[in-house]
Write a protein that binds this ligand. Structure first.
Ligand code: NAD
Length: 279
């Protein structure tokens, strides 16, 4: 799924996250997959969470293991409290702890406002917002139990919430999705404020348009791609690796003083490109 224009991967230092244990949700596809692989390349042991598609998850595990680190695929629906608790407990039992959570799992159920069913609204909020709440809560319990281990990281834990440019850009026809990401922004900032004194860093990444299955309609014909590029000053659609590299940096001690920030990785999509001429 990576595009030929995507960022190079061999620049990641293999010892950047050495000895750390990372959990990536929705890691058998798209951004989660690329992030899990990049974290493994950076030296972390990685749990690849998936809700459906075990085969893809096992492929990701195989790719990560080729870097000489440990990886395993765990099935869990992030919107189900019992399953999230069980997944985190299992990771602590089998990997020893959790140092990094990338709360990435997400989906869309699009509809014009008056056609949107309560089920469509609820599903997106359950997975995109409540799912991040549950995973962050369980990971935080483990960070607090363990505390800082200076040989591993300056922080007791790092949480990276996968948001979207739609945490600030309204998106007609996607009120459930945009509301979920707006919620992620405020959840992330509130958690960052609450947990920073405990040496837990909570941040978010807001991707722009990244080529993954979630938005295939927006890029898989030349016409659609042309339309999309009008919104992207940097003039290329993003690759999953563009986001994965931001996650590696945010998870590492290189960015230890970054707390409660949203890193927009969007080729300039949030720069009001409509104003580049005129306005
Ligand atoms: P994707 O569809 O390739 O991946 C989404 C992953 O989440 C899949 O593995 C899916 O199985 C998983 N998932 C869905 N429901 C789940 C559940 N209940 N429990 C566990 N896993 C579940 O799409 P993607 O583009 O890689 O999306 C990843 C994240 O990035 C999402 O949060 C999405 O909102 C965000 N994002 C994507 C883009 C983009 O342009 N692709 C832009 C902004 C934000």
């Amino acid at each position: 799924m990576s595009s030929p224009e995507g960022a190079p991967q061999d620049v990641i230092p293999g010892n950047l996250l050495k000895g750390q244990k990372a959990l990536v949700t929705g890691a058998n596809s798209g951004i989660g997959r690329a992030t899990a692989i990049a974290l493994g390349r950076a030296g972390a042991d990685v749990v690849v969470n998936y809700v459906a598609g075990r085969e893809e998850a096992e492929k990701v595990v195989g790719e990560i293991a080729s870097f000489g680190v440990r990886a395993a695929a765990y099935e869990a629906d992030v919107s189900d409290e019992e399953q999230v608790v069980a997944m985190t407990d299992r990771m602590v039992k089998e990997f020893g702890t959790v140092d990094i959570l990338v709360a990435n799992a997400g989906l869309q159920r699009d509809a014009p406002f008056t056609d949107m069913t309560l089920a469509q609204w609820q599903k997106v909020l359950d997975v995109n917002l409540t799912g991040q709440f549950l995973c962050a809560r369980e990971a935080t319990k483990e960070f607090l139990r363990r505390g800082v281990v200076p040989e591993v990281s300056r922080a007791a834990g790092k949480i990276i919430c996968m948001s979207s440019v739609h945490q600030i850009i309204p998106w007609a026809g996607h009120v459930n999705y945009a509301s979920s990401k707006g919620g992620v922004q405020m959840m992330m900032e509130t958690l960052a404020q609450e947990l920073a004194p405990k040496k837990i860093r909570v941040n978010a990444i807001a991707p722009g348009a990244i080529k993954t299955p979630i938005n295939r309609d927006a890029w898989d014909t030349p016409e659609a791609q042309q339309d999309l590029l009008r919104l992207i000053p940097y003039d290329r659609v993003g690759a999953p690796e563009d986001i994965a590299h931001a996650a590696v940096a945010l998870a590492s001690d290189l960015l230890d003083y970054v707390v409660g920030a949203t890193l927009y990785v969007d080729g300039g999509m949030t720069l009001f490109p409509g104003f580049a001429t005129g306005g």
